[in-house]
Design a protein around this ligand. Structure first.
Ligand SMILES: [Zn+2]
Length: 372
């Protein structure tokens, strides 16, 4: 399988994030992508190539140009204001109740993007969990190019291709970044496929978290079906979206399927959910599935609470490919670094119909058995 990778992600050099106001060692770090790259290289069955530049148009096809401009200048703006911070995060978010009683027209006319970086980050940001540094914009743009190059491979005839996107994307909405995500790589990829082929596209999101951004972008759309298996938002980020009764509106009604799972979900629970998700995807026409691939569903993941093992990733990869559709597989989350490479290998080998043999040097046995 061909795998698209660029070292440009290293510029998004994150070491600290905030969790409920307290600085903690970052989860979404460069080492994640490097672990995956090394495991796929050691496998020997993956051909790596770099991304080609696709410009800004595919990004503004799904994102507000204002978000793009903010992300482009945010760091220099922070510096211009002489704010000595290791990363930018908002001071104030516009809670919806700040405008209670005002008409939508009044809000549109009177509420505008602030000038200070601390306010601008709140205007465009969802949360305090997406630290932005000097190299964030370049890395996020490169991750989009990785996704779009993966699309090119599949539209060029590959049955499946893998884009090692970092930063991830599925929490980014049309006009909002957040949750470690800046541009929505999977949504940009899906939109590019719709525009290139005129076909319907399905997105299968198997990250531990609900992809609120992808859901938002296609909420009213009848040509992109979004199906997500994730932790119930009653207990997990992004808290406010991801419930089973969110089905889309207008032309998009029935095109959004959320499958929230309980804490401690097992391989068996997961495979049942995956079968339901794939069945829903096959109910609609189309020849390509964009996969938002996350491994924070793993039993040892520091921010997830599922009990999955590496074997299940191989099987989900196999069943996804067994739909007969071509796969644009894009990396989202996954924060247990020792297992990331093996879990990615397992999923992608499953998608190619290859068996999975653990690499001897990765300590797979140690990590693969514990979570059983
Ligand atoms: Zn996640």
């Amino acid at each position: 399988m061909q795998a698209v990778y660029t070292p440009a992600h290293l510029a998004h050099d994150i070491t600290v994030e905030t969790f409920m106001g307290v600085p903690i060692p970052a989860n979404e770090v460069a080492e994640r992508a490097e672990k995956i790259r090394m495991a796929l290289e050691a496998d020997g069955g993956f051909d790596f190539l770099g991304p080609s530049e696709h410009g800004e148009d595919p990004i503004t096809a799904v994102h507000d140009p204002g978000l793009v401009r903010f992300l482009e200048v945010a760091w220099s703006e922070l510096r211009r204001q002489a704010l000595g911070r290791p990363f930018l995060t908002a001071d104030t978010y516009p809670n919806r109740n700040m405008f209670e009683g005002m008409s939508p027209e009044a809000v549109a006319a009177l509420v505008r993007e602030p000038q200070q970086a601390a306010g601008r980050a709140g205007y465009w940001g969802l949360d305090s969990a997406a630290p932005l540094v000097a190299g964030t914009y370049g890395a996020a743009r490169a991750a989009v190019d990785v996704a779009l190059t993966t699309v090119d491979l599949v539209l060029g005839g590959a049955r499946a291709a893998y884009g090692l996107c970092r930063p991830p994307g599925h929490h980014s909405a049309r006009s909002m970044y957040g949750g470690y995500c800046f541009f929505n790589n999977a949504a940009i990829a899906a939109e590019a496929i719709v525009r290139a082929t005129g076909e319907r596209v399905a997105i299968l999101d198997v990250d531990y978290h609900h992809g609120n951004g992808t859901q938002q972008i296609f909420w009213n759309r009848g040509d992109v079906r979004y199906v997500s298996i994730h932790a119930d938002p009653d207990r997990a980020y992004p808290y406010f979206l991801g419930r089973a009764d969110e089905v889309g509106e207008g032309a998009g009604r029935g095109e959004n399927l959320n499958i929230p799972l309980r804490g401690g979900a097992t391989n068996e629970d997961y495979l049942a959910a995956a079968d339901r998700a794939l069945e829903a995807i096959l109910e609609a026409p189309g020849s390509v599935i964009v996969v938002s691939l996350g491994f924070d569903t793993y039993g040892l993941d520091p921010i997830g609470d599922f009990a999955l093992t590496t074997e299940v990733y191989h099987e989900v990869g196999r069943r996804t490919a067994a739909t007969g559709r071509r796969l644009v597989v894009l990396q989202e989350g996954g924060y247990h670094r020792p297992s990331l490479g093996e879990n990615a290998r397992a999923w992608l080998r499953g998608a190619e119909g290859r068996d999975f043999d653990p690499l001897p040097s990765t300590g797979f046995g140690e990590h693969g058995v514990v979570a059983g």
